[in-house]
Design a protein around this ligand. Structure first.
Ligand code: DX5
Ligand code: ZN
Length: 214
C-alpha cells in the first residue's frame, strides 16, 4: 500500500498550521518534516519547536527526517515534541545501531537514511532494528532538486533485502519525486513517497496528492 508523506519544507513557513491541516484533508498519510542543522547539510530549516507547533494542527503521524550531525543529541527533544517516526542518517553518527535502538525504546518508530552514494550494506545489519529505510534520491539539503536515476536499482535492491528478511519495514524514498518518476519508483519497491515541491508547488496540492497516488 502506497503512502504519501508531503514535505513541509516546501510549504509556507508562516502558514504551517494551515499547510498540515490541508495535507490531512487532502488524504496525506504522513507529514514529512525535514530538520536541517547547517552542518550535516548546508541548509538550516527548523527544529523541535516546529514539530511541537504543527502537532496541534494534525493527527497524522509526523515523519521526522533528521539531517543533523550526531542526531543522538536531539532524540529526546523530537520525541517530546511529538515525532511518530524519526529517521537518522547512516553518515551522521558513529553508533547508528545504538541510536536506532534508543529511538525505538522511546516508543517511536525509527528509520535509517542512506544518501544516494552510501552503500546498501548498512541495511543488512540493521534489518532487525528499524521500522523504516529511507533512500535519498537527491543529495539532502534542499527541496526542489532533480531525482537521481542511479538510485532506482538501489530501491529494488533494498526492497528485495526487506522482503527476504521477513521484517515489517517501510521503504521510503525522498527527493525529486514527480508525476513521471513515481511509477518506476513504486515498481522498484518503495511504499512511502516523500514529495515537497510536487505537492506544495502545485496550484491544488490535494489534486497533486491524488495524482501521485495514480
Ligand atoms: C531534501 C529533503 C527532502 C525534500 C523533498 O533534503 O530531505 O525531503 O524537501 O523535496 P522535493 O520533493 O521538492 O525534492
Ligand atoms: Zn526529507
Amino acid at each position: 500500500m502506497i503512502k504519501i508523506s508531503p514535505s513541509i519544507l516546501s510549504a509556507d513557513f508562516a502558514e504551517m498550521g494551515k499547510a498540515v491541516e490541508l495535507m490531512e484533508k487532502s488524504g496525506a498519510d504522513y507529514i514529512h518534516c525535514d530538520v536541517m542543522d547547517g552542518a550535516f547539510v548546508p541548509n538550516i530549516s527548523f527544529g523541535p519547536g516546529m514539530i511541537k507547533a504543527i502537532k496541534k494542527h494534525t493527527s497524522l503521524p509526523l515523519d521526522v527526517h533528521l539531517m543533523v550531525d550526531k542526531p543522538e543529541r536531539y532524540i529526546d527533544d523530537f520525541v517530546n515534541a511529538g515525532a511518530s517516526i524519526i529517521t537518522i542518517h547512516a553518515e551522521a553518527t558513529t553508533h547508528i545501531q545504538r541510536v536506532l535502538q534508543y529511538i525505538r525504546a522511546k516508543g517511536v518508530k525509527c528509520g535509517l537514511v542512506l544518501n544516494p552514494a552510501t552503500p546498501v550494506d548498512y541495511v543488512k545489519y540493521c534489518l532487525d532494528c528499524v521500522d523504516m529505510i529511507l533512500l535519498m534520491s537527491v543529495n539532502p539539503g534542499f527541496g526542489g532538486q532533480k531525482f537521481i536515476p542511479a538510485v532506482l536499482p538501489k530501491v529494488k535492491e533494498v526492497s528485495d533485502m526487506i522482503a527476504a528478511s521477513g521484517y515489517d519495514i517501510e521503504l521510503e524514498i525522498d527527493g525529486g519525486i514527480n508525476f513521471e518518476n513515481i511509477g518506476p519508483v513504486l515498481k522498484a519497491g518503495a511504499n512511502v513517497i516523500v514529495a515537497g515541491s510536487t505537492v506544495f508547488g502545485h496550484p491544488d496540492p490535494a489534486e497533486a496528492i491524488r495524482r501521485l497516488r495514480g
